[in-house]
Design a protein around this ligand. Structure first.
Ligand SMILES: *[C@@H]1O[C@H](CO)[C@@H](O)[C@H](O)[C@H]1NC(C)=O
Ligand SMILES: *[C@@H]1O[C@H](CO)[C@@H](O)[C@H](O)[C@H]1NC(C)=O
Ligand SMILES: *[C@@H]1O[C@H](CO)[C@@H](O)[C@H](O)[C@H]1NC(C)=O
Ligand SMILES: *[C@@H]1O[C@H](CO)[C@@H](O)[C@H](O)[C@H]1NC(C)=O
Ligand SMILES: *[C@@H]1O[C@H](CO)[C@@H](O)[C@H](O)[C@H]1NC(C)=O
Length: 246
């Protein structure tokens, strides 16, 4: 007598579980979950070089951290692995660590731009990269027939595929690494960095790096905990309904 309701409850719980899981996977990202910048690039599989640079230079965690507090948002141009493979061999390795950071920052705009915005933006657009005298390295955008080109002066390429486009973050694929002219011209020994700017940028990356450490993990935990609690609640409600109905 008692075994039939029990097994039907088990079955119902299982069905509810399946329904909950599929309901969660159907509408793309959970709107309440924290926005994860590297995950956007990670799931695609063709940005492994860029992801490595984002990690090595800590620009990735800087962006992730600031996403939460920025009112302007960010726009990121993600060069494909092919783009890195097409660079002159040794080009990146010839850069000192400071310049590698600038190269990655050059792919980040401190403002959210939809593809449509980029078509009509006024040039040059400020990036996160700065020259040794503190001026921002700019990018130029030209739009035509709903296509947008980005130019660094050294390279021009199409702004492709939007990997993510929702304020505060836009991530677009580019098929070339955007090389800032200033970074490769100023190789003369005469252009020694002023101690002031060097120190300022150094301490900046230091402080942001240390403040990133714990936070993303905490946000992740609370996110999945919220989801688990939500699912638990659904199960409890389902059980209660079953119990009262049968
Ligand atoms: C973001 O996703 C990556 C995997 O792509 C993961 O390693 C990382 O822990 C996630 N960070 C947060 C804050 O969820
Ligand atoms: C982001 O901000 C929300 C509230 O605005 C907060 O609940 C969350 O913990 C923050 N996440 C991080 C990683 O700072
Ligand atoms: C952007 O365009 C302006 C005006 O045409 C030009 O002077 C500048 O060098 C360009 N900058 C880049 C990064 O292409
Ligand atoms: C964009 O750049 C490509 C070369 O990469 C060029 O063929 C095309 O004409 C450019 N388009 C615009 C709108 O400037
Ligand atoms: C961080 O600061 C320490 C001194 O406090 C310095 O030795 C180190 O080079 C800095 N690291 C970076 C990445 O700027």
């Amino acid at each position: 007598m008692a075994s039939a309701p029990v097994s039907s409850i088990v079955l119902s719980v299982f069905l509810v579980f399946i329904a909950t899981v599929s309901a969660q996977t159907a509408p793309a990202p959970a709107p309440s979950g924290p926005l994860n910048f590297t995950a956007i690039l990670d799931k695609n599989g063709q940005y492994t070089y860029f992801l490595r640079f984002l990690a090595d230079t800590q620009v990735g965690s800087q962006v992730q951290n600031q996403l939460n507090t920025t009112s302007e948002g960010f726009t990121v141009f993600a060069p494909t692995d092919n783009a890195f493979n097409n660079l002159k061999p040794g080009l990146i390795n010839s850069l000192d660590p400071q310049k590698k950071v600038q190269l990655v920052l050059y792919h980040v705009l401190p403002k959210y731009y939809s593809l449509n915005d980029l078509q009509f933006v006024s040039n040059p657009v400020r990036t996160q990269a700065t020259s040794q005298n503190g001026a921002s390295f700019g990018l130029n955008f030209t739009g035509q027939n709903n296509q947008v080109n980005v130019s660094s002066g050294m390279v021009e390429t199409l702004v492709n595929n939007a990997l993510y486009q929702k304020k505060p973050l836009a991530v677009y694929q580019v098929d070339k690494v955007l090389l800032p002219e200033g970074l490769f011209e100023a190789n003369s020994p005469a252009a020694a960095p002023s101690p002031a700017t060097k120190k300022a940028s150094g301490s900046k990356s230091n402080s942001t790096a240390s403040s990133t450490a714990g936070e993303p993990a905490a946000a992740d935990n609370s996110g999945s905990m919220g989801r688990n609690m939500g699912m638990g609640l659904v199960l409890v409600l389902a059980l209660a309904c079953m119990g009262f109905l049968s």
